[in-house]
Design a protein around this ligand. Structure first.
Ligand SMILES: NC(=O)c1ccc[n+]([C@@H]2O[C@H](COP(=O)([O-])OP(=O)(O)OC[C@H]3O[C@@H](n4cnc5c(N)ncnc54)[C@H](OP(=O)(O)O)[C@@H]3O)[C@@H](O)[C@H]2O)c1
Length: 329
């Protein structure tokens, strides 16, 4: 199968190239970048030198794909950009008779909670993802929070407190005052306190399970480059009192290859460069602590997009992803 990455010079684009280039069912990858068109992919993603040898394209000539049986397209652009381009793209795909043969996975916020797009939280929505052709990939924080919270949906605890840390790659490849090394390194701060945009997708998934918790979410930016660590706390309600809470999580994820239940604290470093999520649960009296670590560019983004591609195509979900990251980094 041929694959295309729209917005291929960004961090997500680089990771998609890396995973797709060693995926057994992917025969080719083309990627666009307006500012790097004509330059080798490896001039922007130097880790791919010798692995990915083509040039960035300015745009895609969709007509050249019109005889393909199937095509997978990843959109990896900043929020709001793909939404503007999508309607004319769908028109062109329809005109070429390609629409039904294209599997589209959007990594931005644009089509999350959008009719016509399946929400690609792989472990939770696998049944809907299988066979779907339009998928919106979840946010990185949203992935960590939902995987840490949703096993408790049947018990509907009322109030959830989350403190979560992210690395600087979460903000993409363009430097800003909050991601530039001199001002980010050696610092630690909160941002978008109690108002991060990912709350919406987390609460939407909870509501779909009949749970409407009050969520207090405080994100922090650290000087890490990759990784998310979410600390989720709540107090047991009456329906949870006699339950084995760690057992609920172990049971919930027992057949999920990419969710690893760990004792004590999970570690970001054990997940970096992979699609794994490390999760632990600790209780004391009526207190419940859930900790989740993942790579924001891995399970929080590009690797989960590949997992969703696998599910949508009917492949084993770990195809091309059965890999641990480096340790130590
Ligand atoms: N970074 C993360 O940890 C993370 C996690 C989950 C989800 N996401 C989401 O995934 C998306 C991509 O993130 P990223 O970190 O890879 O961003 P990025 O590093 O900023 O890359 C954005 C890419 O989009 C291209 N682009 C920008 N504006 C465009 C336009 N109008 N039309 C076509 N291409 C355009 C850029 O190249 P040119 O400007 O050269 O065209 C670049 O290739 C974002 O929506 C982000 O919020 C990111």
């Amino acid at each position: 199968m041929k694959s295309i990455i729209l917005g291929a010079s960004g961090y997500g684009g680089g990771e998609l190239f890396r995973w797709l280039s060693q995926h057994p069912t992917i025969e080719s990858i083309e990627g666009t970048s307006r500012t790097n068109a004509g330059k080798p992919v490896s001039s922007i993603h130097p880790n791919l030198l010798g692995i990915v040898d083509q040039l960035f394209l300015e745009t895609i000539d969709w007509a050249q794909y019109k005889n393909e049986k199937a095509l997978v397209v990843f959109a990896s652009m900043p929020h709001g950009e793909f939404k503007g381009q999508y309607p004319s793209l769908e028109d062109e795909w329809k005109r070429l008779g390609l629409s039904e043969r294209i599997l589209l996975i959007d990594l931005s916020h644009d089509f999350r909670i959008h009719p016509g797009f399946v929400y690609g939280l792989s472990e939770i929505n696998a049944d809907q993802i299988r066979g779907s052709r339009r998928i919106s990939n979840p946010g990185c924080f949203a992935t960590a929070l939902q995987l840490g919270m949703l096993p408790l949906a049947p018990y509907s605890p009322d109030q959830i407190f989350v403190s979560a840390v992210t690395g600087s790659s979460g903000s993409g490849a363009s430097a800003s005052s909050t991601t530039h090394h001199p001002t980010r390194s050696n610092d630690f701060r909160a941002y978008k306190m109690l108002s991060h945009q990912h709350e919406e997708e987390v609460l939407h998934s909870c509501a779909q399970k009949g749970w409407k918790p009050r969520l207090s979410f405080v994100p922090h930016s650290s000087s890490l480059v990759r990784g998310i660590f979410a600390t989720i706390q709540l107090t047991q309600n009456d329906s949870m009192k006699d339950q084995d809470i760690p057992g609920i999580f172990r049971d919930f994820y027992k057949d999920k290859f990419f969710i690893r239940y760990v004792e004590g604290t999970p570690r970001i470093l054990s997940t970096v460069g992979s699609n794994f999520v490390d999760l632990s649960v600790i209780t004391q009296n009526d207190k419940v602590l859930i900790m989740v670590a993942l790579d924001n560019l891995g399970k929080g983004m590009a690797a989960q997009a590949i997992q969703n591609m696998n599910l949508a195509l009917g492949l084993p979900e770990w195809t091309g992803l059965r890999q641990a990251g480096p340790y130590p980094l």
